[in-house]
Design a protein around this ligand. Structure first.
Ligand code: C5P
Length: 310
């Protein structure tokens, strides 16, 4: 007699990572509401897990567990559901359906593209579940329709992004970097931070400076130079909306970080440590300052969306 398949065998699971921006240069808002960017992304080892299994045609559900799960929409507004529907609409509108689960550790609305990571995970997982004939390029194309960060969240590693941040080329990066992340008590709305950036920068340039210092430091594998080169044009806007961020950044620097930067639109702050031992020290001391919700120690670069095999 054949053994019935364990329920776990019905599921396709994908691991997705958070990102930080090592450089984020921002230009003047365009008529479509987006800002041109010149950014260097790095994926770091803070992971969400996205699982999918077949559901009735046209039925798409999501359940969310883990850190801050209550802050994530569990209806059609969830970006992973939108991702599954986008693929289904393209490949089999009356044939495909999915039950989605998300386990979160990437902070919600924290500037680490957690929602985009979950969308990237759903795209990859559904394409495998439904046995679709999609290439990585196809998936990145679908991803760009869902959000500016989704293509990078599919790809992972270290990449230079232009356009809305969705035109990507891999960046040569030597070595592994040790980061300490300060997770904030509350969230920041990305569109609101960009609007504040517009108020602060009515003359933002069209020609964005290339983040050459960051790229050179990565090629050399030079953590000290990278710490000096970290830059984020959204930082003043984010800090004006969460004044406590200035203190968090200063504290990390005083405690010996090689560099400190707000990640993306914030409010997560990223501190570069010289090595693993320095990262352990920094994370313990930063925790004891009580300035943030939680402190996480991560490394980067790590891969983007990847299937979890049994
Ligand atoms: O693409 P995504 O939906 O993730 O972007 C969220 C918001 O962030 C956009 O609606 C826009 O307000 C802002 N944004 C921007 N310029 C970018 C990326 C995002 O203004 N390059």
């Amino acid at each position: 007699m054949a053994t019935p398949l364990a329920p776990e065998a019905d599921w396709i699971r994908v691991r997705v990572s958070g990102k930080i921006n090592l450089a984020l240069r921002v230009g003047a808002v365009r008529p479509n509401g987006y800002h041109p960017l010149a950014t260097v992304f790095q994926s770091v080892s803070l992971f969400d897990e996205v699982g999918v299994r077949w559901d009735e045609p046209g039925r798409f559900t999501v359940s969310v567990a883990g850190d801050q799960a209550d802050l994530v929409p569990s209806d059609g507004n969830n970006l992973a559901v939108k991702a599954a529907k986008l693929l289904a609409d393209h490949y089999g509108p009356h044939r495909l359906g999915a039950e989605i689960t998300i386990r979160k550790t990437i902070p919600v609305a924290g500037g680490m593209a957690g929602g985009s990571a979950d969308a990237a995970g759903a795209l990859l997982a559904c394409s495998v579940l439904w046995d679709l004939d999609t290439s990585p390029d196809d998936l990145r194309g679908f991803g760009a329709k869902l959000g500016a960060d989704v293509p990078f969240q599919l790809m992972g590693g270290t990449a230079f992004g232009t356009g809305r941040g969705d035109q990507l080329v891999p960046v040569l990066s030597r070595g592994s970097y040790h980061w300490v992340l300060a997770l904030s008590e509350d969230e920041l709305s990305t569109p609101a931070v960009f609007r504040r950036f517009d108020e602060f920068n009515p003359e933002a340039p069209d020609d964005l400076p290339l983040p050459n210092e960051v790229m050179n430091a990565l090629v050399a594998g030079d953590a000290v130079a990278l710490g000096d080169a970290l830059i984020n044009d959204l930082e003043p806007a984010a800090a004006s909306m969460r004044p406590g961020l200035v203190r968090v950044l200063e504290t990390g620097r005083e405690l010996g970080a090689l560099g400190a930067v707000v990640s993306g639109a914030g409010p997560t702050c990223a501190f570069l440590a010289a090595n693993e031992a320095a990262a352990v020290d920094l994370s313990v001391q930063l925790s004891s300052e009580g300035l943030c919700r939680a402190v996480r120690r991560v490394t980067g670069p790590v891969p983007g969306a990847r299937l979890i095999t049994a």
